[in-house]
Ligand binder design. Structure first.
Ligand code: FES
Length: 159
């Protein structure tokens, strides 16, 4: 008696099922690698903290915001990305604060008005005092503070 051979269509069906399963495993592994890498990689990438000179403390007046443009260069693969960041230095006694000039409403760049002695946003009329607190308009929060330190009268701003 001869053993019964599976029909050719059953062999073909089994092969296709294994092929589809292999493709699914490959897609799943690729997705896990890409998504997992995107989630985990930032925790391994440490952004270097840098301090840039922004001005000399004796040259600042108490309570008067002085706009300073910082040139921040960061490596980006084989090239470099240069970002310009405007901060206000506000002296208070022997200390100094740095305020990010970006409006907390929708991100427009603010400007210090020497006549009104307020920091104003041209986009929707947001107004801040010289300490960055909201005076009026739509901004939901004060201007963001940027860490500073003083070395030999030189004001350094963390970027
Ligand atoms: S972006 Fe500044 S008030 Fe709207």
């Amino acid at each position: 008696m001869q053993a019964r051979q599976p029909a050719p269509s059953a062999n073909r069906r089994g092969f296709l099922v294994r092929l589809i399963q292999t493709v699914h495993v490959g897609i799943g592994a690729t997705l896990a690698f890409v998504v997992g890498g995107a989630v985990v990689a930032p925790s391994f990438t440490r952004r270097a903290v840098r301090w840039l000179p922004a001005g000399r403390l004796p040259q600042l007046q108490d309570g008067v915001p002085v706009p300073v443009t910082l040139r921040v260069a960061r490596p980006d693969g084989a090239s470099e990305v240069v970002e310009r960041r405007l901060v206000y230095l506000v002296k208070s006694g022997d200390g100094v604060r740095a305020l990010d000039s970006t409006c907390t409403h929708l991100g427009c760049r603010t400007k210090y008005n020497t006549e009104t002695r307020q920091i104003e946003c041209p986009c929707h009329g947001g107004v801040y005092d010289t300490q960055g607190n909201v005076v009026s308009g739509p901004p939901p929060s004060p201007l963001q503070s940027v860490p500073t330190r003083i070395e030999d009268g030189q004001v350094l701003v963390q970027v």
